[in-house]
Design a protein around this ligand. Structure first.
Ligand code: NAD
Ligand code: WQD
Length: 338
C-alpha cells in the first residue's frame, strides 16, 4: 500500500500549523520538520489538542542534509508540503544572502533528499509577490512575473528550479500555490499567526491596535488610484488556504509536471475597508492615520482563482467577516501569542 504520510516543512508556522490540522482531519499522517526560527512547538501541541493525533516533530534546518536524510530514512512519504523559509519582504532587502540561502538552498537540499528517497511529489508555497506590479486585475496565472525584492526573487527562482526539475525528469509532480494575502485563524482561537516584534502585515497590526498593544495603525498611502485611495488586496482565510493544500495533496497523483495556481478569493478590499469591517464585526475601534506610501507597495492586487477551482475543485468559502471574527478571537484569547 502506498504511504499516507505527508512531510510538512515549516509545520510549526502560521500556515503550516493550520494545514497540519486539516491534513489530520482528512486522514493523513503528518511529520513536521521546522527549525523554530519563526515559531514555537506550542502551535503543534495545540494542533494535537484539536485533532487528537500526535505529530512527530524534527527540529532541524531544511538546509541540513544529514538531518533531513535521517528523517527520510525513517519515514516513507507520499508527498512534501514545503512551507519552511523566511518571508519578511523588508528584512530580505537587508539580509539577502540569508533569504537566498534559506529559501533557495534550503529548497534545493530538500529536493535532493526527496530524489534520493524516490519521493517526487511536492506542494510549494509561492506567492502573489511573483506578479510584481501587475498591469491589471484580476491576475491570472499566465501574467508576466517579476520581483522587486530578494524575498520575491527567491519565490521566482524556486518556481523556475521546480520547472527545470520536472522538465528534466517526468517523475516529478509539482504544485506551486501562489498565495494572495492569508489572514485569520482557526475558529477555535487555539492557533493563529504570531508575528515576532512589530507586525509587517496589515491584519496582525490591526488586531494589535485593537488589543491596545499598539497606539495606532499607519495606513501606507491614501493617494493610490483606488476608490478610497488606499491599497487593495485579496485577503484569504488561512483555513481556506490550508484546505487548498489538502485538495492539492488529493489531486497530486494525477498532476504530472508543474501546476501553478492562484490561491485567492477573487475579491479585493482596501485598507480602509479592512479597518471599517474589523470595527463593525468586533465593535472595537481601530485608531489609524494615513501616512506616506510604503516603498515597494502596489495599488491593487487580487486573484482570478478559477484555475484552482477547475484543477483542484477548491474555492474559498469564508468571507471577510469570518476572517475578522477569527483573527480577533485568536488575538483576544492569546494576547501574548502561544
Ligand atoms: P511562518 O514564518 O509562520 O512559517 C514558516 C516556518 O518555517 C516557521 O515555523 C519557521 O520556523 C520555519 N523555518 C524557516 N526557515 C526554516 C529553515 N531553514 N528550516 C526549517 N524550518 C524553517 O510563515 P507562514 O506565513 O506560515 O508562511 C509559510 C510559507 O508560505 C513561506 O514559505 C512563505 O514565504 C509563504 N507565503 C506566506 C505568505 C504570508 O503572507 N503569510 C504569503 C505568500 C507565501
Ligand atoms: C496589505 C496592505 C499595505 C501594514 C505582503 C508581501 C507578500 C505576501 C503577503 C508573502 C497594503 C497596507 C500594511 C500597515 C498598511 N507575503 N498596510 N499599514 O504587502 O500586500 O503583501 O504579505 O509572500 O509577498 O509583500 O501585505 O499585509 O503588508 O499589506 O497600510 O501597517 O495593507 O500598504 O496596501 P502585502 P501587507
Amino acid at each position: 500500500m502506498s504511504s499516507n504520510k505527508i512531510l510538512v516543512t515549516g509545520g510549526c508556522g502560521y500556515i503550516g500549523s493550520h494545514t497540519t490540522l486539516l491534513l489530520f482531519e482528512a486522514g493523513f499522517d503528518v511529520v513536521v520538520v521546522d527549525n523554530l526560527a519563526n515559531s514555537s512547538k506550542e502551535s503543534l501541541r495545540r494542533v494535537e489538542q484539536l485533532s487528537g493525533k500526535t505529530v512527530e516533530l524534527y527540529q532541524l534546518d531544511v538546509r541540513d542534509n544529514d538531518a533531513l536524510t535521517a528523517v527520510f530514512a525513517k519515514h516513507e512519504f507520499k508527498a512534501v508540503i514545503h512551507f519552511a523559509g523566511l518571508k519578511a519582504v523588508g528584512e530580505s532587502t537587508e539580509i539577502p544572502l540569508d533569504y537566498y540561502d534559506q529559501n533557495i538552498s534550503g529548497t534545493i537540499n530538500l529536493l535532493k533528499v526527496m530524489q534520493q528517497f524516490n519521493c517526487y511529489q511536492i506542494v510549494f508555497s509561492s506567492s502573489a509577490t511573483v506578479y510584481g506590479d501587475p498591469a491589471s486585475v484580476p491576475i491570472t496565472e499566465d501574467f508576466p512575473t517579476s520581483a522587486t525584492n530578494p524575498y520575491g526573487r527567491t519565490k521566482l527562482f524556486v518556481e523556475e528550479i521546480l520547472r527545470d526539475l520536472s522538465r528534466a525528469d517526468d517523475q516529478w509532480h509539482v504544485i506551486m500555490l501562489r498565495y494572495f494575502n492569508p489572514i485569520g485563524a482557526h475558529q477555535s482561537g487555539l492557533i493563529g499567526e504570531q508575528p515576532q516584534g512589530i507586525p509587517n502585515n496589515l491584519m496582525p497590526f490591526i488586531s494589535q491596535v485593537a488589543a491596545g498593544k499598539r497606539d495606532k495603525l499607519s495606513i501606507f498611502g491614501g493617494d493610490y488610484s483606488t476608490p478610497d485611495g488606499t491599497g487593495i488586496r485579496d485577503y484569504i482565510h488561512v483555513m481556506d488556504l490550508s484546505d487548498a493544500h489538502v485538495k492539492a495533496i488529493h489531486k497530486i497523483d494525477g498532476l504530472v509536471g508543474t501546476t501553478t495556481l492562484n490561491i485567492g478569493t477573487g475579491n479585493g478590499y482596501s485598507v480602509l475597508e479592512m479597518v471599517h469591517t474589523f470595527e463593525e464585526v468586533t465593535g472595537v475601534f481601530v485608531a489609524h492615520e494615513i501616512v506616506e506610501r510604503r516603498a515597494g507597495d502596489i495599488a491593487e492586487c487580487w486573484a482570478e482563482p478559477k484555475l484552482a477551482s477547475s484543477v483542484l475543485g477548491w474555492k474559498a468559502k469564508l468571507n471577510l467577516n469570518d476572517m475578522m471574527t477569527d483573527t480577533w478571537r485568536w488575538q483576544k484569547d492569546n494576547p501574548d501569542g502561544f
